[in-house]
Ligand binder design. Structure first.
Ligand code: UDP
Length: 373
């Protein structure tokens, strides 16, 4: 059977890399190729390096001032020759990006079976001006097989009349990636200059608050509020150090560098490679983020997460009590952060080690499922 695994952004690469590895362990049954759209470039290449994956097809589509119209069109037209030359039986797409949606359409045109990894997440707000929910819905309606991370996401798909037999609950492949990373980083031969450098930058005597943010829905006033809150937290708590790897999107970089460059206990750094970021998560006291993947990883490391969004398509960790939605209201972010810094009972409650997103064997389940078709 011929597999084509398509992705384009950093989070997709992290979550698809272990699937590439797992299929590559089964060359007796599968010929597996990787195609990247490179919707992100630099941040994607960092991930590929770490997982030692060389793409077979690199569409290299990232352009300055890209918009959703041209990106969608470019992905579909650039995939045509790839699909027509390799003629895969199965095409794997991930999550909810423009790459996911456009690649699912192209794969459908080619006649391949479409397999959606991280299927069934929903905010139930298709009228949001942000494309993720619609991207997920399009991918679900096109896909032949749906790999749902949890029973909640499985149920969402069943509620949309997707056949039960085409859905498999697998856990989230991000936990497979986390496992791969900690095995590699703790091996005797591994050295990492970036982690060594981080050790010299980060204060040992202060509590680290790790911050990340990138979502379109927070661009503009959202990021201004977030930055104002971070500044206030840093000023009120001199025993704390905020470490913030700033996403490369100019709409994120501008407010963050303008508002936070001159605060002593805020360290603005470049986006980190995956192993460094995992290392930083594990030595943090708490994480403030709008990232989806970080919400899924942190419970495995026992780190409380404050999510700077009003809704989440990942309700499981909120229900488990390890993640709290705080939105982008400055006062709310400050209040909940101060609570976790000062109220030990509240902190301990949120830092329990319980991960509703899986056990690190998701990719094995996907490969077993496809092998039996
Ligand atoms: N991540 C990383 N370096 C960073 C920040 C995040 O490798 O500097 C990883 C993180 O561990 C997680 C993923 O990137 O697996 C999350 O990506 P992002 O927040 O960009 O996207 P989302 O998960 O919200 O789609």
């Amino acid at each position: 059977k011929k597999n084509l695994i398509i992705f384009g952004t950093r989070p997709e690469a992290i979550k698809m890399a272990p699937l590439v590895k797992e299929f590559q362990r089964h060359t007796e049954n599968f010929e597996t190729k990787v195609c990247i759209t490179a919707q992100h470039r630099e941040m994607l290449d960092q991930v590929l390096d770490f997982f030692e994956i060389t793409p077979d097809f690199d569409l290299n589509l990232m352009k300055p001032n890209q918009n959703l119209y041209t990106l969608t069109a470019d992905i579909i037209t650039s995939l045509k020759p790839v699909l027509e030359s390799f003629m895969p039986d199965y095409v794997y797409i991930h999550g909810d990006t423009t790459t996911t949606m456009a690649a699912s359409i192209a794969a459908f045109y080619s006649g391949a079976k479409v397999c959606h990894v991280e299927a069934g997440l929903r905010t139930f707000n298709k009228r949001s001006p942000f494309p993720e929910e619609v991207n997920r819905n399009i991918a679900s309606s096109i896909s032949d097989y749906h790999f749902a991370p949890t029973s909640t996401s499985q149920q969402n798909l069943i509620n949309e009349n997707i056949k039960d037999s085409s859905i498999l609950v697998t856990g989230n492949t991000v936990i497979d990636a986390l496992k791969y990373s900690s095995n590699k980083v703790t091996s005797a031969t591994y050295t990492d200059d970036e982690i060594n450098k981080l050790k010299t930058i980060i204060s040992d005597s202060k509590k680290t608050i790790l911050v990340t943010g990138h979502r379109r829905e927070n661009h503009g006033q959202g990021f201004i509020n977030i930055c104002n809150a971070l500044k206030q937290i840093a000023i009120e708590n001199p025993d704390v150090e905020i470490v913030y790897p700033v996403h490369l999107n100019p709409k994120v970089q501008k407010p963050v560098f303008e508002l936070l460059s001159n605060v002593g206990n805020i360290k603005l750094i470049s986006p980190l490679s995956y192993p460094s970021f995992v290392w930083l998560m594990s030595r943090s006291y708490l994480i403030i983020t709008d990232s989806g993947g970080v919400q899924e990883e942190a419970p495995s490391l026992g780190k409380p997460v404050l999510v700077m969004r009003d809704t989440t398509e990942r309700p499981e960790a909120v229900e488990a009590g390890t993640v709290l939605l705080v939105g982008t209201d400055s006062q709310k972010i400050i209040k909940e952060t101060n609570k976790l810094l000062k109220d030990n009972e509240a902190y301990v409650k949120m830092s329990k080690l319980h991960n509703p997103y899986g056990d690190g064997l998701s990719c094995q389940r996907i490969v077993d499922f496809i092998s039996k078709l």
